[in-house]
Design a protein around this ligand. Structure first.
Ligand code: SF4
Ligand code: SF4
Length: 367
């Protein structure tokens, strides 16, 4: 069985469906009070560890809902994973994305944990953020999130800010990045809302905005990291590009719902409908490891075969393809345009010309 084991295994635990916010674009479904039992969290970690080869790395992520509503469970499961990886000579990395509004003592202790890759969701300018990111009573949240960001900066805590980008907020992205810079943020991850409609005009506006953001990035180097360009710069200079292109999709990467049902990616759990076509066989409580996962087809499109950024294109992410086109194998025109625009803009900044001969049509640009 040794040759089947993984050097790296990613397990993401959706600790709760509940959330204190009601973002209008949320894709995780109804905010029901369903919390993952500790036994499912521990067993998931055990199985992920049993799937690793000697010296391997466990990537443990916490997801929700709002995961910091279960801050105590994050501490408990992190300590459990730490103990069990250490005794087996394995490495552990932890990751958490939070909405930045849960800041009680337990939550703060989690956010300050060493070795935690921390992401805060903030959509940039306060008025833009508050268009969509509101509480269950409809209240604005921008000031609370800004306060969390200032506190993290004051505590010299490294973190990144995830900025959701939609057609109706796109025009404010560069100004939003400037605003986040003024708060002390130096690492930004723009993230397209893949669940909404992008028409041809939106895609053209996106390409223009990417050029504007790349110019901002160029003027702020080396003090500002923007994932859109850093990843492509890594490719152009042969530097390591981090985890951005990793997509195990059920193989070396599993997401677990509070019920224990298994998914290839946390973004596909939603309300964890028992009839979901994306759920994998079995339950976290059944089995000793994750070495016999189902196989999923890779991205498949003849145009991509001849594309110079084929291997690093975001469309290798089968979850994104599924969200955009309903088929894990079929790449999407929106993500194609994004990847090519980011690559071209980065190449221009680095003065390294790149040949991109093929661009997919816009067939996947609206779901
Ligand atoms: S904070 Fe996250 S989980 Fe909560 S409503 Fe917003 S997008 Fe959904
Ligand atoms: S940039 Fe477009 S053509 Fe190139 S690999 Fe990605 S989806 Fe395919």
């Amino acid at each position: 069985m040794g040759e089947l084991m993984y050097e790296q295994f990613g397990i993401t635990l959706m600790l709760t469906h509940a959330c204190n916010l009601r973002c209008t674009y949320c894709y995780t479904g109804a905010k029901i009070e369903k919390v993952m039992p500790l036994s499912i969290g521990r067993r998931s970690i055990d199985r992920a560890i049993a799937s690793l080869s000697p010296g391997g790395t466990l990537d443990l992520g916490f997801f929700g809902g709002e995961p910091l509503l279960q801050a105590g469970m994050i501490s408990t499961l992190s300590a459990y994973a730490h103990q069990h990886t250490q005794t087996r000579g394995l490495r552990l990395s932890l990751a958490l994305t939070t909405n930045g509004t849960v800041t009680g003592p337990d939550a703060w202790a989690v956010m300050m944990m060493p070795n935690l890759d921390l992401s805060i969701s903030c959509d940039g300018l306060p008025d833009v953020h508050d268009r969509h990111r509101v509480t269950s009573c409809g209240r604005r949240t921008s000031q609370r999130v800004a306060s969390t960001i200032r506190r993290l900066v004051a505590g010299s805590r490294e973190f990144r800010v995830v900025v959701v980008v939609r057609p109706d907020t796109l025009e404010f992205l560069a100004d939003g990045i400037e605003y986040l810079r003024s708060l002390g943020v130096d690492c930004i991850q723009p993230s397209l809302d893949l669940w909404t409609r992008w028409n041809k005009n939106d895609v053209a506006r996106l390409e223009k905005m990417i050029d504007r953001c790349a110019d901002l990035w160029r003027r702020s180097l080396p003090d500002l990291s923007v994932s859109w360009f850093d990843t492509k710069a890594g490719m152009l200079t042969d530097a390591p590009t981090g985890k951005s292109s990793r997509c195990g999709f059920g193989q070396g990467e599993i997401a677990v719902a509070p019920s224990g049902r298994l998914y290839p990616c946390e973004r596909l759990i939603g309300e964890d409908d028992p009839t979901s076509p994306m759920a994998l066989d079995g339950n976290a409580l059944e089995g000793a490891d994750f070495l016999t996962g189902s196989t999923t087809p890779g991205r498949s499109h003849t145009a991509c075969d001849g594309c110079s950024i084929n291997a690093e294109c975001d469309t290798v992410c089968r979850c994104s393809n599924y969200v955009r086109t309903g088929n894990v194998s079929t790449p999407d025109g929106l993500l194609c345009a994004l990847n090519q625009a980011c690559m071209t803009a980065t190449a221009n900044v680095l003065n390294k010309p790149v040949q991109l001969s093929i661009q997919l049509g816009n067939q996947g640009a609206s779901p």
